[in-house]
Design a protein around this ligand. Structure first.
Ligand SMILES: NC(=O)c1ccc[n+]([C@@H]2O[C@H](COP(=O)([O-])OP(=O)(O)OC[C@H]3O[C@@H](n4cnc5c(N)ncnc54)[C@H](O)[C@@H]3O)[C@@H](O)[C@H]2O)c1
Length: 358
């Protein structure tokens, strides 16, 4: 079989210190494709900053560089496109790939800046038969997958309630809320009620974030979740707590103060600590596994763990929480808005964040 031809949109520039102003995630994707030399060859990249594209191409031996990604899509017969731009560009770029007939698009998280764009991506991907995936790579982390296995084993009885603690709903939260979907077997939510506080400007990759939020979710299978965000949440418990009828799983305490993964059922005298083999919530190796899964799904015709069908469930919860704050009411799903309520509320002056601290 010939190799999949891989292209990139948004190469970035390797930063001295990665931050929400630039991680150059394309380099992380490229390392993952490079680890699959029998299946993939990197052939083209596009960045509006020519020197970014050229530096990236030089690093990975890529033959063709572009400053206009539309031209790249027109000239190259790409099998996979990795989109590594900021969220406000994800929808237009993903849709352009679908329209150009690219079979697989692997886009960075979060899905899109607005719920309307995210829904359109679902619709167009289905219409054109494009395999669209998002880089929620933590789904491949040993402690997180093992937590799902503990739930699946029945050790804590049927899952009833989940808790997640994370810095914000949209940027880090997209990973966390996506993982709740994974723990709950990809069940969509039934309703969401929440509140956000946006007292000080906070941006990640150009998108506004809340300073603090509380979000209560009921999923269609009756499982509930409580998601808390802000700078203080870690003092309230582990990043994830999964409650069953007969026990509990805790994930992510980390080195301080507790173990990465442990569980306890009513009939166990003490917590069982699971050896996570040096893996934590962020890696190592998760992006490599994520991209290997995307490539394997394209090869076999199966569904990737990172499919848009799965990713959209968590994204709906994020936008529904913002909408609940705007409407001061519980939001019954499906969510019927097109905008991002946090973006709209800041634009209209309903939310007036103070300038960020220097
Ligand atoms: N999965 C993760 O854990 C993780 C971690 C960090 C960042 N991210 C996500 O990765 C995405 C990219 O972030 P980053 O920090 O890598 O970005 P970056 O700023 O390092 O790179 C983005 C690149 O896109 C280019 N670009 C902008 N407009 C373009 C256009 N119209 N056409 C072509 N190129 C264009 C820019 O010139 C820049 O080089 C974001 O959505 C972010 O949320 C994910």
């Amino acid at each position: 079989m010939s190799k999949f031809k891989v292209g990139f949109i948004g190469t970035g520039r390797v930063p001295e210190k990665p931050s929400v102003l630039g991680y150059a995630m394309a380099y992380r994707h490229a390392e993952a494709y490079k680890a699959l030399p029998d299946d993939c060859e990197m052939v083209a990249c596009a960045d509006i900053v020519e020197e970014n594209a050229q530096a990236f191409a030089a690093r990975y031996g890529i033959a063709h560089t572009y400053t206009d990604y539309h031209q790249m899509l027109q000239n190259e017969e790409l099998d996979i496109v990795s989109i590594c731009t900021w969220p406000k560009l994800h929808a237009e770029m993903t849709i352009a790939c679908c329209l150009a007939g690219v079979p697989a698009v692997h886009c960075e998280k979060p899905i899109a800046l607005t719920w309307g764009e995210a829904r359109k991506m679902v619709h167009i991907a289905a219409q054109y038969g494009t395999r669209v995936t998002f880089n929620h790579q933590r789904r491949f982390g040993f402690p997180l997958r093992q937590a799902r296995e503990i739930v699946r084993s029945g050790a804590i009885g049927p899952l009833t309630h989940m808790e997640a603690r994370v810095g914000d709903l949209y940027d880090g939260g997209t990973h966390w809320i996506d993982l709740l979907s994974m723990f709950n077997e990809e069940t969509p939510a039934e309703w969401v009620i929440g509140q956000i506080d946006v007292r000080q400007e906070k941006l990640a990759f150009g998108a506004p974030l809340e300073n603090q939020a509380i979000c209560h979710v009921k999923y269609r299978n009756g499982v509930t979740a409580l998601i808390m965000t802000g700078s203080e949440v870690q003092s309230f418990g582990p990043p994830f707590r999964l409650q069953g009828t007969r026990g509990v799983v805790e994930v992510g305490w980390g080195l301080n103060p507790g173990p990465m993964l442990r569980y306890r059922s009513d009939d166990m005298p003490a917590w069982e600590v699971v050896d996570t083999q040096g893996e934590h919530l962020h890696g190592p190796g998760y992006i490599e596994r994520a991209i290997a899964d995307v490539v394997n799904a394209l090869k076999t015709g199966g569904e990737s763990e990172l499919s848009i069908r799965r990713a959209i469930n968590g994204t709906e919860i994020i936008f529904a929480c913002y909408e609940s704050s705007r409407r001061r009411a519980r939001i019954d799903l499906p969510l019927d808005i097109d905008d991002s309520p946090i973006v709209s509320m800041i634009a209209s002056g309903d939310l007036r964040p103070a300038p960020p601290r220097a």
